[in-house]
Ligand binder design. Structure first.
Ligand code: ATP
Ligand code: MG
Length: 298
């Protein structure tokens, strides 16, 4: 069984059409491999070059991607006003309030002036407390149902939904992995990061009847072009067909490190991701779009 948004026919103005499988959880159990950075860059590339409407879901209590996509002051205000994904989930899952996740979405985030179609469900540190309450109250099944219905609604409104997950494997991350159509795993070309991939693969195989997203592929990130160790790991990862490695690896470069800092003044895509970096991200995005298109017809 795949994630639950798999090619389900929908009645639409008299015609039968198929829901596009467009929900992607970005996940590696290992921290610091570039999950948030790649969610950011993919969302901005899809918006700027492919005219896609993208929803970024921040499912990490660190709120890294929220910080990358909006000014600190705006994020703090949203957190203070109770306008984050945590507030939505507390209401929907713990209080069983009938509320709409769309009221918690911030439109037109990103500091790239040609990436105006990126929306965000921002996060907050209290996400961890919410997850503890879910576990204490044994509400995991209900949480999964809410996550599934959010994704099914979002897939009708957005071209792509990218979920940035926390390191480790929380109850919430498990829900995104089981309910999304696809997952994508960034890794650094080193031993510990690749162990995170193995862990995820084993977890996927444990309860196949519970459903799981389909692997879109592994992205090798932060590769040092001068390092022969990195090159060896890159090749070793590619030898294992189960990884479905993307052809395009992403190099460790200053612009991608700097991309984590939201710029107060809007800038062009090429100013944020100059030269080779922008080219690599565009290649990666093209590959991603091809793989998603191929997966629709299977
Ligand atoms: N290709 C790259 N080149 C240079 N720096 C990078 C690159 N990718 C990510 N970084 C930097 O590496 C650090 C970790 O990246 P990021 O926060 O995206 O990882 P993560 O997997 O989301 O981490 P976490 O598990 O904590 O959520 C950040 O400082 C980021 O700016
Ligand atoms: Mg992150």
């Amino acid at each position: 069984m795949m994630g639950s948004d798999e090619g389900i026919p929908l009645q639409d103005t008299g015609q039968v059409r198929f829901r596009m499988r467009n929900t992607i959880t970005v996940m590696n159990a290992k921290g610091g491999v570039g999950k948030s950075t790649l969610v950011l860059a993919l969302a901005e590339t899809l918006a700027a070059f492919h005219n896609k409407k993208v929803l970024v879901v921040d499912s990490d209590a660190q709120a890294s991607i929220s910080h990358m996509l909006m000014p600190q002051q705006q994020l703090t205000a949203l957190q203070d006003e109770g306008q984050t994904i945590v507030d939505y989930l507390i209401g929907a899952v713990l209080k069983e309030r009938n509320q709409n996740w769309r009221h918690f979405v911030i439109s037109g985030v990103s500091d790239v002036d040609d990436a105006r179609s990126v929306d965000l469900l921002p996060s907050d540190t209290s996400l961890t407390l919410f997850e503890r309450e879910v576990s204490k109250g044994e509400r995991e099944t209900y949480l999964r149902r809410i996550i599934g219905s959010c994704l099914r609604e979002a897939q009708q409104i957005y071209d792509f939904i990218l979920v940035d997950s926390a390191p480790g494997l929380s109850v919430l991350t498990e829900c995104w992995l089981r309910e999304a159509a696809f997952y994508l795993s960034p890794t650094r070309p080193d031993y510990i990061s690749t162990r995170g991939l193995v862990f995820l693969r084993k977890f996927r195989q444990r309860n196949p009847e519970m459903g799981f997203a389909e692997l879109l592929g592994v992205v090798v990130n932060m590769k040092d072009p001068q390092s022969s160790d990195d090159d060896q790991y890159d090749r070793w990862l590619r030898q294992n067909a189960e990884n479905r490695c993307f052809n395009q690896s992403i190099l460790r470069v200053t612009p991608l490190q700097a991309a984590a800092y939201y710029s107060a003044s809007a800038r062009s895509y090429w100013a944020k991701y100059p030269g080779q970096t922008g080219n690599q991200l565009r290649q990666l995005t093209d590959e991603l779009l091809r793989r998603i298109a191929e997966a629709q017809v299977q």
